[in-house]
Design a protein around this ligand. Structure first.
Ligand code: SF4
Length: 410
């Protein structure tokens, strides 16, 4: 493990040095263009030429900026070359031929991380902290259960912390945060909540536009960016002399989308990692199907959120910008069944900002369609355990409900 750790750190350094070199190159291009544009403006403007002193000062400033940018490119190039040579020297004993044996850095990283992902207990033993992000949804639930089980078997339960980004009741279904907390209590692990000021509704109000699949600011702004500072806090609290190893577990599955199918079980989080901490993003349930998830929920009698019983497939924002039309219509009907005024508030918000929820679908249209369906079918009706009935059958659902009641009473 320690050799692999050293190699991963060398990969991180080389990656960050290359990124600094690329950024310096871009800054130099910008400085050169700015100098050329200013020079052309000055040459063509008699008024500017009249103020000879000011002109000279301004040109000197631009020249200094360009020289500084060039110097930074040289420094970062030297640093990147040194970091890549250090990685090659460290990897050479493990590779045929010279340097990295002809393998690209990404290939070296993938093979090292692949080996580590296959030995999760070793990984857990080596970690200084294990952060499990939970939305309280079904995948987070099974991810948490897997991590907690492995950590308990390895005698490392005290390393686990469950982190929930609370988007608030203006964005999410009621009881999400409380459910996440009950999950942490049942597993006996630390629970941390990060608050995302007024969630999706607040974000849309502020930006006066809805996020979409191409500009999915909501996930980064409301979840990832809120959780990111925790890594520094955790590192500071650990107070280690050397670099801390933090595992960041996420309950995503390859079957959910092509983008998720391209994810690796383990990856270095280059944004969050520094010389003080190596953060490895871990996807412990990447290979599970939806059926596997429900089976594991049933097997371990894990408490899932009741919206799944009402055929809402994901415990996400009530009006998730990525959800299908049918799911959104159902979400409106579920709001009505639960007495929530969110549909009215989202329609008003859409009107207020003058930007449609989707290019070809407004919240107002979703609500109108929900009203039509409701008039034909009547209000939504569901019962506890319906999600399991649909996936595993009546008998499995009845057995689950019995065991869940016992678990909750314990
Ligand atoms: S659940 Fe949907 S709307 Fe909410 S943050 Fe995630 S992607 Fe955005």
């Amino acid at each position: 493990m320690s050799t692999r750790r050293r190699l991963l750190e060398a990969i991180r350094r080389a990656h960050q040095a290359d990124a600094a070199y690329t950024a310096a190159g871009r800054a130099r291009t910008r400085a050169t263009k700015a100098a050329a544009a200013a020079h052309a403006r000055m040459a063509n403007d008699p008024q500017l030429q009249a103020g000879a002193d000011e002109l000279a000062a301004s040109q000197a400033g631009l020249v200094r900026r360009e020289q500084a940018a060039r110097a930074k490119v040289r420094r970062t190039f030297t640093a990147a070359r040194a970091a890549n040579r250090a990685l090659a020297a460290l990897y050479a004993p493990h590779a045929p031929g010279r340097g990295t044996g002809g393998r690209r850095r990404s290939g070296v990283a993938a093979s090292l991380l692949g080996e580590l992902a296959e030995t999760p207990r070793e990984l857990i033993l080596a970690a200084d902290k294990i952060v499990v992000s939970t939305s309280a949804g079904k995948d987070s639930l099974v991810c948490g259960q897997r991590v907690v089980t492995l950590a308990a078997e390895s005698g490392c339960l005290d390393k686990v912390v469950l982190v929930h980004a609370d988007l608030g009741e203006e964005s999410e279904w009621p009881g999400v945060r409380e459910l996440a907390q009950r999950q942490a209590e049942r597993w006996g692990v630390e629970f941390i909540v990060v608050q995302a000021d007024r969630g999706l509704l607040g974000l849309v109000e502020k930006r006066k536009m809805w996020p979409d699949a191409a500009r999915r600011l909501c996930t980064s702004t409301l979840k990832r960016d809120k959780i990111a500072p925790l890594f520094k806090q955790i590192t500071d609290a650990l107070g280690l002399d050397g670099q801390a190893l933090i595992l960041s577990a996420l309950g995503i599955r390859a079957a959910e989308s092509p983008a998720r199918a391209r994810k690796l079980p383990l990856a270095i989080d280059m944004r969050a990692s520094t010389g003080q901490r190596m953060v490895l993003t871990w996807h412990p349930i990447l290979e599970l199907s939806e059926a596997d998830v429900w089976q594991q929920i049933a097997d371990a009698a894990l408490e899932y959120h009741p919206v799944y019983d009402a055929v809402i497939p994901r415990l996400s924002c009530v009006f998730c910008v990525l959800a299908g039309r049918d799911v959104l219509v159902r979400a409106v009907r579920l709001c009505w069944a639960l007495g929530l005024d969110l549909p009215t508030r989202y329609v008003a918000l859409e009107e207020h900002i003058g930007h449609k929820f989707r290019e070809k679908l407004s919240v107002a249209e979703i609500v109108a369609e929900a009203a039509r369906v409701e008039a034909e079918e009547g209000p939504l009706v569901w019962a506890r355990g319906d999600a399991l009935r649909r996936h595993l059958g009546e008998e499995a659902a009845a057995d689950y409900l019995r065991r869940l009641a016992l678990a909750l009473a314990a």
